[in-house]
Design a protein around this ligand. Structure first.
Ligand code: SUD
Ligand code: ADP
Length: 293
């Protein structure tokens, strides 16, 4: 029976601007996405029933048809008229509902994995077009790397990302925020500080990490940090420990800091771990999904 194991990596946003709103409620964005080497592992295998079975080591995600992995399998089965059963084990390491696209990345891994298991012969671009129906971040998660994302997040221009030696400290406070509510809470007529994405792309190209860190802006941050004071507290702890810059990722509540000194990053991690459980030191990565073995 056919099976495959894949790494499904998280992302952070180095900037988020929101330019407008579509008729269907989705927002038009302009943001810089960066894959990081924090990953879930998905073990996908064909089964001899017609069922879709999801298992996980995590108690934080649904295991029924609400799981985005279930939705991704269903979408492909319907599109290609396949009725084969699939079992997926999701080894969850990426914090859930964090602003790090854990779910979107899992969906991306399923599309990449089943394209191979079922020998569908789809190109990366075709997989991205299919993936958009599952979520705005799914097309980026399929390729990963670093990109300027426009439209609702699906129009991707690949750019030079953070070098792999930049130290990224991630801290996910134990709070729940809904992406829909955060976008809904944004007053489009009242955004006073927007990122200069062209400048950030130039700084990334020149490997000027200090300038990147000092110019990161996420227009969604005000919405989430108004609801939860922890966001700015974590940022302050990172800055007090010599982070070059710190910001909320996505719709939050994860905060990340950029460091060029390992000792500073380790000290900041130690400090944060006194109060928070989900704290990770990571680097950037050039691929969103990777087949193991
Ligand atoms: C904010 C971002 C930044 O990368 O990331 P996360 O916080 O989710 O990681 C994304 O734009 C999130 O993308 P994603 O999480 O894939 O969104 P979806 O599942 O498609 O949509 C969830 C809900 O968010 C809102 N939404 C999402 C994307 C977008 N461009 N405009 C929106 O208004 C919609 O209300 C939608 O119903
Ligand atoms: N495979 C999955 N991994 C993570 N979350 C999932 C998954 N399937 C469904 N969800 C649900 O999707 C919501 C958003 O989760 P996630 O994708 O981790 O958020 P974010 O994109 O903000 O990091 C959560 O409420 C979670 O229960």
């Amino acid at each position: 029976m056919n099976s495959i194991e894949l790494k499904s990596r998280a992302k952070i946003n180095l900037s988020i601007d929101v330019l407008g709103k579509r008729q269907d409620g989705y927002h038009l964005v302009e943001m810089i996405m960066q894959t990081i080497d924090l990953s879930d592992v998905l073990r996908i295998k064909e089964s001899d029933t017609e069922d879709i079975v999801i298992k996980s080591n995590s108690g934080d995600i649904p295991l029924d048809d609400n799981n985005i992995v279930y939705k991704a399998i269903t979408l492909l089965r319907e599109k290609f008229n396949i009725n084969k059963g699939i079992e997926v084990f999701i080894e969850k390491n990426i914090p859930v509902a964090a602003g790090m696209a854990g779910g979107s990345s899992n969906a991306a891994a399923v599309l990449v994995g089943l394209n191979k298991v079922w020998d569908l012969g789809l190109s990366e671009k075709e997989l991205q077009e299919i993936g958009l129906a599952l979520g705005a971040d799914v097309p980026f998660c399929i390729s990963g790397g670093a990109a300027l994302a426009q439209g609702i997040g699906e129009e991707l221009t690949y750019i030079k990302g953070l070098s792999e030696d930049v130290i990224i400290l991630i801290c996910k406070p134990n709070l729940f925020v809904s992406t829909k509510d955060v976008y809904g809470g944004l007053d489009l007529n009242n955004i006073d500080n927007r990122p200069d994405n062209r400048y950030l792309i130039e700084c990334l190209k020149n490997k000027d990490i200090k300038a990147v860190a000092e110019n990161m802006v996420n227009v969604l941050e005000g919405v989430t940090s108004n609801m939860h004071s922890e966001i700015s507290e974590i940022e302050k702890m990172m800055i007090d420990n010599n982070a070059l810059g710190a910001m909320m990722s996505g719709s939050g509540p994860t905060v990340f800091g950029l460091f060029n000194n390992k000792e500073d990053a380790l000290n900041a991690k130690k400090e944060l771990m006194k109060k928070y459980e989900q704290v990770y030191l990571v680097n950037s990565s050039e691929r969103g999904i990777e087949v193991n073995g």
